[in-house]
Design a protein around this ligand. Structure first.
Ligand code: GLU
Length: 507
């Protein structure tokens, strides 16, 4: 078989915000497309108008933009296989429905919802298929004249796929191998509804994958049960030779316990399941998003890439380019991937560590401003360089480093108990005098001088310096003390220390 150009698609239904599992699916398609210099198509599957949610399409596009997952063609990107929104392709689907009807591969059915309901009540395991279809009202059980009369009367109907019984249907899956299913378990799926003149998901999906020359269908495991029907549809149309290769990705599992990841797990454990914050247009409910929670898009992407795939070694932190190079569908697992959200926090920490200090500072500046701090990018960058190793989120820098910008107003009790003992005021007071008189202040030179001076007094370094630290920071925490004094400058250092001497009484 000659090599086909790789063309993959991400085809969401705009029924709400994009779930994080959908993001993983899109990412794998993206990596695969880029690795093979293929095309990545963005198609909107909106044939179920009852489930349409306004704003969902825009949300999905914005999410991918944030994540750095790019498309080559599709809704909002253009391309020569359009339109890419299924609701704009009605006329195309009609032709293909006709083709199946004419070939006797599909038939018209008039059963009303009430009739179907009654049948189900009568036969608990009722399935519309080879065994039962002749008991129903359709073009196989009625005469041609009856069918024409019903249509002429304006009766609504559906078109059902005629599934041949007793056949083994093979789905060749790049992750799961050859999956075989008996056609006896399949029902005659509805492909088209006259009521809204729209096809169902199954027909539209197959017709579009064919017309858009999709070479690989990479999607979540929840679509595996539909795959045998899809294989039969390709066959019915005579498109078996160009049928895409399938790859059904493993489920995303709850962080703990059994079952698949749900929004409730996120609510309970405090992590988002959506890339961006989502405001439900109907209920007004707000669901949190990774972006708004302070995750870096690169960290989210890296974390998701490893949910169901690994590069075959211990490498965890990978750039998008690394992943494009290393990604391999045959290394994807069949078993579900646990959604270990704590690992995602770890990735965020790693990405902050690897980011340029000035870039982190750029994100930190608005946070400083919110807290009423006006400073320069240089000073923010300095603080970032000293403190970024201690945070998982850029936002946490304020909690960890506010004392660089604001003198302490209160002093941590535990630290006082430990370090503000009887002699502490004397140490700090003398140290202030020493520093004040010392000709140099920069930390590199000041530090050995202070050490020598403490030694000459025969005091303990820990006792003196920790008492001093508490006066500058408000607690016995923080970076190397001379880094801090450098940042504060001589005047502010002495001011803070002497103010503490006034405020703090020894108990
Ligand atoms: N519209 C389906 C979805 O919402 C597409 C499934 C597929 O990729 O075939 O995910």
């Amino acid at each position: 078989m000659s090599e086909r150009k790789v063309r993959v698609r991400f085809a969401p239904s705009p029924t709400g915000p994009l779930h994080i599992g959908g993001v993983r699916t899109a990412l794998y398609n993206y990596l695969f497309a880029r690795q093979h210099s293929g095309d990545f198509v963005f198609r909107i599957e909106d044939t179920d108008s009852n489930r349409f949610v306004p704003g969902a399409e825009e949300y999905i596009l914005e999410a991918f933009q944030w994540l750095g997952i790019t498309f080559d063609e599709g809704v909002s990107f253009g391309g020569s296989y359009g339109p890419y929104r299924q609701s704009e392709r009605r006329e195309i689907y009609k032709q293909y429905v006709q083709q199946l009807l004419q070939a006797g591969k599909a038939y018209i059915a008039f059963d009303t919802p009430a009739e179907l309901e009654a049948k189900r009540a009568e036969q608990p395991n009722f399935q519309y298929d080879a065994r039962t279809r002749l008991e129903m009202r359709n073009s196989l059980s009625l005469t041609k004249e009856q069918v024409e009369a019903l249509i002429a009367e304006g009766c609504q109907y559906v078109v059902r796929f005629l599934v041949e019984p007793h056949r083994d249907v093979h789905v060749h899956d790049l992750i799961r191998g050859d999956v075989v299913i008996s056609s006896d378990v399949l029902d005659d799926k509805v492909l088209y509804k006259s009521a809204d003149e729209l096809p169902t998901y199954h027909l539209a999906n197959i017709v579009d994958d064919h017309l858009m020359e999709i070479s690989h269908v990479i999607r979540g495991e929840e679509w595996l049960p539909s795959a045998p029907l899809h294989v039969l549809l390709y066959e019915a149309f005579g498109w078996t030779d160009t049928m895409p290769c399938f790859a059904h990705l493993p489920l995303l599992l709850k962080p703990e316990g059994n079952g698949k990841l749900s929004k409730r797990d996120g609510d309970r454990l405090g992590f988002p399941v959506f890339p961006l914050e989502w405001h439900d247009p109907k209920t007004g409910e707000v669901s949190s998003g990774y972006r708004e929670k302070g995750y870096l898009p690169e960290a989210v992407v890296n974390f998701l890439a490893l949910l169901g795939w690994n590069p075959g070694n211990d490498q965890e932190v990978m750039s998008m380019d690394d992943m494009v190079r290393l990604f391999d569908l045959s290394r994807c697992s069949k078993a579900g991937a646990r959604f270990d959200y704590k690992k995602m926090i770890w990735f965020n920490h790693e990405y902050i560590l690897n980011m340029d200090d000035s870039a982190v500072a750029e994100a930190f500046m608005p946070i400083l401003k919110e807290h009423g701090v006006e400073t320069t990018p240089e000073r923010a960058t300095k603080v970032v360089s000293l403190m970024k190793g201690r945070v998982n989120f850029i936002e946490e820098l304020w909690e960890q480093a506010s004392y660089f910008f604001e003198a302490p107003e209160a002093y941590d009790e535990k630290s006082l108990k430990k370090w503000w003992k009887e002699e502490a005021p004397m140490y700090v007071s003398e140290l202030c005098d020493f520093i004040e008189k010392n000709p140099v202040f920069n930390g590199a030179e000041l530090e050995p001088m202070v050490m020598e001076w403490i030694a000459s007094k025969e005091w303990g370094v820990g006792k003196v310096m920790n008492a001093f630290r508490v006066t500058l920071v408000g607690a016995a925490v923080g970076p190397h003390i001379f880094e801090l004094t450098d940042f504060l400058g001589k005047e502010e250092t002495l001011r803070r220390a002497r103010r503490a001497l006034e405020v703090l009484k020894v108990e």
